[in-house]
Design a protein around this ligand. Structure first.
Ligand code: NDP
Ligand code: MG
Length: 381
């Protein structure tokens, strides 16, 4: 159980909710980090008085240093500063940084023996083997924050061995474009793509949900977290986001976790595991939810899911490559530089950018990331 906590990416959608949980649970917040939103992190510093804080953007960090000069919080800057916060030695480091920028901090926190509450799924997609090996070596737990993975983790409590699991079933909301054709998707706008039916989240993951790349990333995340083959992970569209995911056992008994779509439940469980505490999240009223539906995803229209499955099966640097292509294409779409359907095309094109390798290092992951981003821009802008 967590007593001291660091929140990396504290100014984002998950970070803010994590601090809400921390306040409620009475955790001591020892480190906070952001990229550039100085006003929000200043407020958080004044409220939680962490020992250290870091802002990745150098200019923003200089601004913050001046703003909080009257406090006892030491302010660091740049990616190195963020890593130093990850090394603060807290019981739990919650990583809710968006994108591959979260990878080095995750490894730094593992190195220091802190348990990881992981929201930053790109970390496991790009560096799955490296991260899981490091965690095992150090004996630290990686506790899922992502709602589907938390649901699986909760449904696995009491499981007496991996040989008893038949398959994992990830639920997907389907995003704002569920049921739409490729033709329709040709002309969708950023504004339409940002309208998620059930969850309020950061911009990058909201677009990932619209392309359903998010479910592909989650498939890889689940494969690493629970040591499963991609073939043993299924996806089902569940529009209401009440059933957060399921585990099917060898006797065909299926155990699921349900609740209202509110990230404070999985965040709190990751921070208090194996205990449970009262939460401010409302009770689930099943009669009010009334209808729960389940449908097969349209893998042809939302091709990103298949690209991710293929990348995990091919292994090596392919998952890092599809993640990089998606991060870049997602950013280009949000900046109005490419069209919505260029995102799955870019993800598919990433396969041609990397060579199959049997062994890879962290440097190889970062090199692949850089190369694929460059190639994505060259091909699509
Ligand atoms: P947000 O965009 O809301 O927040 C991202 C956070 O990361 C912010 O604190 C941001 O700082 C910081 N950040 C951005 N770039 C960098 C960088 N280069 N270096 C250091 N810090 C950086 O994202 P979300 O909270 O929505 O998502 C965070 C992660 O959690 C993602 O990996 C996402 O997939 C995952 N996740 C999110 C869910 C959700 O409900 N939102 C659900 C499940 C998973 P600043 O504010 O200063 O820009
Ligand atoms: Mg999720």
């Amino acid at each position: 159980m967590t007593k001291t906590l660091a929140v990396l990416g504290s100014t984002g959608s998950i970070g803010v909710q994590a601090l809400e949980v921390a306040e409620l649970m009475g955790f001591e917040v020892v480190a906070l980090t952001a990229n550039s939103r100085v006003d929000i992190i200043e407020e958080q510093i004044r409220k939680f008085s962490p020992r250290i804080a870091a802002v990745a953007d150098e200019k923003a960090a200089s601004e913050l240093k001046i703003k909080v000069a009257d406090t006892s919080t030491k302010v660091l800057s740049g990616a190195r500063g963020v890593e130093e916060c990850a090394r603060c030695g807290a019981d739990t480091v919650l990583n809710s940084i968006v994108g591959i920028a979260g990878l080095a901090p995750t490894l730094a926190a593992i190195e220091c023996g802190s348990n990881i509450a992981l929201a930053n799924k790109e970390t496991l997609v790009a560096g799955g083997k490296i991260v899981m090996n490091a965690a095992e070596e150090k004996g630290v737990a990686i506790l899922p924050v992502d709602s589907e993975h938390s649901a699986i983790f909760q449904s696995l409590q009491g499981c007496r061995g991996k040989n008893q699991i038949k398959r994992l079933i990830l639920t997907a909301s389907g995003g704002p474009f569920f049921g739409k054709s490729r033709d329709y998707l040709e002309t969708v706008t950023l504004e339409q793509a940002l309208k998620h039916p059930n969850w309020s989240m950061g911009a990058k993951i909201t677009i990932d949900s619209a392309t359903m790349m998010n479910k592909g990333l989650e498939l890889i995340e689940a494969a690493w977290l629970f040591g499963m083959k991609a073939a043993d992970i299924d996806i089902v569209v569940h529009r209401q986001s009440i059933v957060h995911s399921l585990v099917e056992y060898v006797d065909n008994s299926v155990i699921a976790q349900l609740g209202l779509p509110d990230m404070r439940i999985p965040i709190q469980y990751a921070l208090t595991y194996p205990d449970r505490f009262v939460s401010p999240v409302s009770q689930l009223d099943l009669a009010k939810a009334a209808t729960l539906t389940f449908e097969k995803p349209d893998y042809e229209t939302f091709a990103c899911i298949n690209h991710c499955r293929r990348a995990f099966e091919e292994g090596g640097l392919y998952p890092a490559a599809v993640n990089a292509a998606n991060e870049k294409a997602n950013e280009l779409f949000r900046n109005g530089k490419i069209r919505f359907l260029d995102i799955p095309k870019a993800v598919e094109a990433a396969f041609d950018c990397v060579k199959s390798v049997s062994h890879h290092t962290l440097e190889d992951v970062f090199e692949t990331d850089k190369l694929v981003r460059k190639e994505t821009e060259r091909l699509f802008v």
